[in-house]
Design a protein around this ligand. Structure first.
Ligand code: ADP
Ligand code: MG
Length: 289
């Protein structure tokens, strides 16, 4: 191969807002036929806002938000940030949680004043804990693209918090550019299937939802066995899937773990850098041959 072609390819990528970590990554990018993308923080801005708060079992809204905020404190998850922001606005009694613990892809839990408090994805909540009516409310919100979490105190549901994130401005355009290159895209998310479908439909791509981090790995491994896959993500929970792919690509705003694991990164979070990276690597390969 000619190192000059690779060096100039890497430099061109950098100018376009795509950081490619070395010649091997550049060459592999040329082979990519499928791009798998995380939803939250990758296709969306990853800055959800609380849209609805719904109390259950005689809990006050302030208590609900105080308890949820106590267990979310210190978490870098986008949903945690949304809950903490909303809690601050309602001026709650400050509460602190002991033994806080993140449940990857499911939620978070801790002990507040002797009670076990959990903030969980509805699918992780045992069937009898929620009434049919409450489940219907959750389904309604999810069908409009919202993410809903259930707050529990000692295994009793005390409320629901609904949040909404925004698609990145360039997401639709970036996926159209990939399509033009003959690259297919699939969204992989830990979020609920209804919210996932709303977003995937807007983007015109396929999706797999309700995935735990290990399920993202299996999904990428299966896809990668058929055609070389690039996995794009931002979170700690995406890092194993990025490793399982032919190429791992991190968002510029991604967590340190994602950025370290990645073979390439989208600086300034420019999703259109994906199609540019692939075009460039194909052109570089053609130059080498
Ligand atoms: P994604 O694949 O969209 O980045 P995650 O795997 O991080 O999503 O999370 C999947 C689901 O688990 C979320 O939609 C949410 O319901 C729940 N969850 C994860 N972490 C938290 C948290 N800190 N607080 C509340 N819910 C959480
Ligand atoms: Mg994410």
């Amino acid at each position: 191969s000619t190192p000059a072609a690779i060096t100039s390819g890497l430099a061109a990528a950098t100018r376009q807002g795509a950081l490619i970590k070395g010649g091997a990554a550049l060459e592999q990018l040329a082979l990519i036929e499928t791009v798998a993308l995380d939803k939250t923080g990758t296709l969306t801005e990853g800055k959800p806002e609380v849209t609805d708060v719904f109390v259950l079992n005689d809990t006050s809204e302030k208590e609900l938000l105080s308890l949820a905020a106590a267990v979310e404190e210190g978490s870098h998850h986008p949903l945690a940030q949304a809950i903490l922001t909303r809690a601050k606005e309602s001026n709650p009694l400050p509460m602190t949680a002991q033994n806080r613990c993140a449940l990857a892809g499911s939620g978070v839990e801790g002990v507040v004043s002797g009670s076990k408090v959990q903030v969980l994805a509805p699918v992780r909540v045992a069937e009898p804990v929620l009434t049919q009516e409450t489940r219907a409310q959750i389904t309604d919100w999810e069908s409009t693209g919202k993410t809903v979490v259930v707050v529990l105190k000692d295994q009793t549901a005390i409320g629901l918090i609904a949040m909404q994130d925004r698609l990145r401005d360039d997401a639709v355009d970036a996926l159209q550019k990939l399509k033009a290159l003959g690259v297919s895209a699939v969204m992989l998310t830990g979020d609920n299937p209804r919210a996932a479908k709303t977003i995937a439909d807007r983007l015109g791509i396929e999706f797999r939802a309700g995935l735990l981090p290990a399920d993202k790995v299996s999904a990428v491994t299966a896809l990668n066995a058929v055609k070389p896959v690039a996995m794009v993500g931002d979170g700690i929970n995406d890092a194993p899937a990025m490793k399982a792919a032919t190429i791992g690509i991190a968002m510029g705003s991604g967590t340190d773990v994602a950025l370290e694991t990645a073979d390439a990164a989208l600086t300034h979070n420019r999703l259109s850098g994906l199609a540019q990276m692939i075009s460039l690597s194909r052109a570089t390969r053609a130059n080498i041959r």
